[in-house]
Design a protein around this ligand. Structure first.
Ligand code: CA
Length: 393
């Protein structure tokens, strides 16, 4: 029951929300405002002082990013230089655009087909590993466009999630990319659809990309913060950006220091390493993650895959069948599709070797990988091998 006082308070709160939200909506349309992340020296400026500095520069706070001692803001373009020079401000970074690294697809629709084994699941030797580990209970986050939470071949393994793009909404997937990634990690081993590498892992949908497949660095950082706060053990990032960003790297280091293994797509900048194109995206290029390139069903290097010294492992990424939105299934290609094969193997490994650090997990997966005879820049240590990874000491 609302008392009059409660009703009054609610009206005031509503008015405040409207007054706070309207400028955001106007500014988000463009009009000379830039999306930035301001990093503070927390020894010099406290929380109220940080707000005052942003407001004094004519900016509006979008969300706090305590993981990196920063805040995401909308800032008038002319104010950036002065803010950068402000005492207590370490840096003003671009809140860069982050994109999903999958290719367009042709979805099929229900009714549910009988279960088939996608070629990539067999190629990484997952079925032979299931006698030893099915990834039981390992907490895997899919940082992506969300997941279709009630997909008939995923629902049994969906354990929770968070929507960093809009925290009051569920992390459901309006794109298909995240649902496809989730199925390769942990589609259920039942009578329908497909089966994932780790068919009893616990999936957490962390929506940091919009339904367009695009998102912002600040939402990715908020999603990573959620992973740390919720005891996630391995996070799949089938996403990237073409530019290096110090704030992004610092966030990745914090996740690494929290003991979470991060598996990241190398990117789809193919065209051949050494040609000036084809470099590994960020955060795939950072040393704290496992960066994954893509091969096809003939073990050839995928023409679209990024390559370079940052590549750690290769995995199946061409014509990959997995779950899709609207309770469907789809064949997709991309380093986005290769990455969850490795994430699934990490889950298999952690189920039988809980507590291994990101460096230990990476070392085991690399030492047990299969040499495909490709260059190190293309395959890293080689094709990930689930059976060898779970049976290694
Ligand atoms: Ca299935």
């Amino acid at each position: 029951m609302f008392t009059n006082r409660c009703r009054f308070a609610a009206i005031i709160l509503l008015a405040l929300l409207v007054s706070l939200c309207l400028p955001l909506a106007v500014m988000a349309a463009g009009n000379g405002y830039a999306k930035k992340i301001v990093i503070f020296d927390t020894n010099i400026v406290n929380e109220p002082a940080r707000q005052a500095i942003i407001h004094g520069a004519g900016g509006v706070i979008v969300k706090p990013l305590p993981l990196v001692d920063g805040v995401a803001v909308l800032l008038p373009e002319p104010a950036v230089a002065a803010l950068t020079a402000h005492a207590g401000v370490i840096r003003v970074d671009d809140d860069i655009e982050i994109y999903a690294t999958g290719k367009p697809s042709q979805p099929s629709q229900p009714p549910q087909p009988p279960q088939s084994l996608p070629w990539g699941i067999a190629r990484v030797n997952a079925p032979t590993a299931w006698d030893i580990s099915v990834g039981m209970g390992v907490k895997v986050a899919v940082l992506d466009t969300g997941i279709q939470l009630n997909h008939p071949d995923l629902a049994a393994n969906i354990a929770g999630g968070y929507n960093a793009t809009n925290p009051v909404r569920s992390p459901s997937d309006g794109n298909g990319h995240g649902t496809h990634v989730a199925g390769t990690i942990a589609a259920a081993n039942n009578s329908i659809g497909v089966v994932g590498v780790a068919p009893q892992a616990r999936l957490y949908a962390v929506k940091a990309l919009g339904n367009s497949g695009l998102g912002t660095l600040s939402d990715v950082i908020e999603g990573l913060t959620w992973c740390i706060d919720n005891g996630i053990q391995v996070v799949n990032m089938s996403l990237g950006a073409s530019t290096d960003n110090e704030t992004f790297h610092n966030a990745i280091i914090k996740v690494y220091e929290a003991g979470i293994t991060q598996v990241v797509a190398a990117g789809n900048n193919g065209g051949g390493y050494g040609s000036g194109t084809g470099a590994v995206d960020y955060p795939g290029a950072y040393p704290e993650v496992i960066a994954v390139s893509a091969i096809d069903s003939s073990n050839r290097f995928a023409v679209f895959s990024s390559a370079g010294p940052a590549v750690d492992l290769a995995a199946p990424g061409v014509n990959v069948l997995s779950t899709y939105i609207k309770s469907g299934y789809a064949t997709m290609s991309g380093t986005s599709m290769a990455t969850p094969h490795v994430t699934g193997v990490v889950a298999l490994r952690l189920a039988s070797h809980p507590g291994e650090s990101p460096d230990q997990v990476k070392a085991v997966l690399q030492s047990t990988a299969v040499d495909l005879g490709l260059s190190t820049d293309q395959q890293g240590a080689g094709l990930v091998n689930a059976y060898a990874a779970v049976t290694a000491p």
